[in-house]
Design a binder for this molecule. Structure first.
Ligand SMILES: [Zn+2]
Ligand SMILES: [Zn+2]
Length: 269
């Protein structure tokens, strides 16, 4: 079965007419996972006709607003739509501290449960596991604690000769946003089917990478090349650049199999 990623937002901190902040829906093994939830995420899902009744798990990379300001709106909409199924949110422990007062104020008679799962972004560990999908954190380097997520689709198979069961990994998707160039991650994401890596800047603005702790398109491509991934998807574009083809050109000089994220696009891998 194919994995499928849908881009809900591929801008960075400052929303523009062209781009919304971070948000993606990953479909893997017939399940949907929401990765980051910037402002506008729920509207994009509605525009695309994405059914949210079967969305049970949300993964938040870090607590900068462009990755989580859409959450309270989404939770409120779920309640208005009569949701009763529990919702799991995986994030830095501070997210629960920020969200609980908002939920107590705005969602007093909520009819569904929200379960916050505290993750340690500095540590590589498995934070989600069901019969066919597991998710590992990818420690990143950013201004606040931040991690990416490595999604693995696997199936239990039986060896025809020995009768023993073994785990076969089928699809692998790595999401890496936001981060400075961090070569250490290449070992963990080696050979993934699809890597999303942030490219906030082009080399022209490379001096902005250090103070803001972001990457250039060239750096993202270097990570893809060193990790020998099958495909690279780039996004989290700075509002300084209107023409996103510059990001693509720059990345492709290093890693040809690069795809430019566009909002509402769906990519199979
Ligand atoms: Zn960001
Ligand atoms: Zn950030």
């Amino acid at each position: 079965m194919e994995g499928k990623i849908t881009i809900l937002g591929c801008g960075s901190a400052l929303p523009t007419f062209q781009n919304s902040p971070a948000g993606q829906i990953l479909n893997l093994s017939d399940k949907a996972f929401l990765i980051d939830c910037g402002e506008g995420t729920q509207l994009k899902m509605r525009q695309l006709g994405i059914k949210t009744a079967r969305l049970y798990n949300i993964f938040i990379s870090h607590l900068h607003g462009d990755h989580c300001f859409g959450l309270i709106g989404l939770l409120t909409t779920f309640d208005m739509m009569g949701r009763t199924q529990p919702l799991h949110i995986y994030a830095h422990p501070d997210l629960e501290k920020l969200m609980r007062p908002l939920m107590e104020y705005h969602l007093q008679n909520m009819k569904y449960e929200v379960l916050f799962h505290a993750i340690n972004p500095r540590k590589r560990e498995t934070i989600f596991e069901d019969r066919t999908v597991s998710v590992e954190t990818i420690p990143l380097k950013h201004k606040v604690p931040c991690c990416g997520f490595l999604f693995l689709e696997h199936h239990r198979r039986k060896n025809a000769e020995t009768g023993e069961f073994y785990i076969e990994t089928r699809k692998r998707y790595a999401y890496c946003s936001d981060t400075m160039y961090r070569e250490q991650i290449t070992e963990q994401i080696e050979g993934v089917d699809l890597l999303f890596h942030e490219t906030t800047f082009t080399e022209k603005w490379a001096d902005r990478c250090k103070p803001t702790m972001h990457s250039t398109a060239r750096q993202a491509a270097l990570i893809a090349q060193k990790a020998k991934v099958a495909k690279l998807l780039i996004g989290h574009f700075s509002s300084r650049e209107d023409d996103h083809s510059i990001f693509l050109k720059e990345a492709q000089t290093v890693f040809l199999n690069t795809i430019l994220a566009e909002e509402k696009m769906t990519l199979e891998f």
